[in-house]
Design a protein around this ligand. Structure first.
Ligand SMILES: NC(=O)c1ccc[n+]([C@@H]2O[C@H](COP(=O)([O-])OP(=O)(O)OC[C@H]3O[C@@H](n4cnc5c(N)ncnc54)[C@H](OP(=O)(O)O)[C@@H]3O)[C@@H](O)[C@H]2O)c1
Length: 288
């Protein structure tokens, strides 16, 4: 049984492979990466490192040869690029006759109003079309998305948001990686959709949990989208990123991430890491 992880030199992918290495012999593990040199440490531990660039379909076809179970980790570009890249990966999986595809999607992908949902909707549809058994890992929201806000708070700024009372299902990247590893290496996940949400929380609730970790009150500044954009600009966020951040805040406000589910615990076989613990880890890393 050979399993392959794409994006294994990315932040999530690295954690997935580390998790797999705890229980799966390295001889069964393959990674496909666009820059094999970056995966040297995995190769040194016996993992088969293959070149697979989502923009070079022929590299994917050979990278996916002989693979039984494939985890496609979504790439990190603009929507149009990612739709094309993921389609390349799915087509290569079909050519290589892969037996199972797990894919890191987003909360409620088939109906979501999030600006990045079209990527995940298109990729899920492409996978469905192949007829290959699948599992969609609909990751809600990485807690690590909030690192800049946490840094701001640690430097004395309030928690700034235009997300109102919208709730998000934050969870640590580590937990998302463990869930993905469990699906790739486990059984009985054929044709499943998992909504991987942490406990749904408002911005105020997250800020309060951060306050407990920091031992100080974290004031929350609720603003409208325009003011949020101005504050982000003032904080030095690059111009092209600002509309993306505003769109995320608006979608959260409208409830795009309010997906309640216990799929996460089921896959982990344990409760999700408590938010305070994950926040403490982030604060420790920032403080180092
Ligand atoms: N739900 C959420 O809250 C949330 C938050 C953040 C990200 N995400 C999604 O989850 C994915 C993984 O997250 P992450 O934190 O691990 O992000 P990341 O570190 O940016 O990982 C993205 C991975 O995609 C790979 N990649 C990009 N272009 C590629 C190409 N042309 N061919 C092959 N591989 C390519 C990158 O390769 P290199 O290692 O060579 O750079 C990297 O390994 C992201 O890409 C994004 O789609 C979701």
């Amino acid at each position: 049984m050979k399993m392959l992880v794409t994006g294994a030199t990315g932040k999530l992918g690295m954690k997935v492979v580390e998790t797999l290495l705890k229980t799966v012999p390295a001889s069964q593990l393959v990674v496909s990466v666009r820059n094999p040199e970056k995966a040297e440490s995995f190769r040194a531990r016996g993992v088969d490192v293959r070149h697979g660039d989502f923009d070079l379909p022929e590299t994917l076809t050979s990278a996916f040869q002989g693979i039984d179970r494939l985890l496609i980790i979504s790439a990190d570009g603009d929507n149009e690029t990612r739709i094309r890249q993921h389609a390349n990966a799915v087509a290569a999986a079909q050519r290589a006759q892969v037996g199972f595809i797990a894919y890191t999607s987003v909360a409620n992908a088939s109906e979501s109003t999030l600006f990045l949902a079209p990527v995940h909707r298109a990729t899920e549809e492409a996978i469905l079309k192949t007829g290959i058994p699948y599992s969609f890992l609909r990751n809600n929201w990485y807690l690590e998305n909030e690192i800049s806000s946490i840094q701001g708070v640690m430097a004395g700024a309030p928690w700034v948001t235009s997300a109102g009372t919208g709730k998000s299902g934050w969870a640590s990247r580590e937990d998302y990686a463990e869930a993905a590893a469990a699906v790739l290496a486990g059984s009985g996940h054929e044709n499943t959709i998992y909504e991987l949400s942490g406990k749904l929380m408002t911005q105020e609730e997250l800020a309060s949990a951060l306050g407990t970790v920091l031992g100080k009150e974290v004031p929350v500044q609720q603003v409208d989208d325009e003011t949020y954009a101005e504050i982000m600009k003032g904080a030095g966020v690059p111009e092209f990123v600002i509309p993306i951040l505003v769109a995320i805040q608006a979608a959260i406000r409208e409830g795009a991430l309010e997906i309640e589910s216990n799929d996460f615990e089921k896959l982990l076989g344990r409760p999700i890491t408590p938010i305070g613990e994950s926040l403490r880890e982030i604060v420790n890393v920032i403080s180092q």
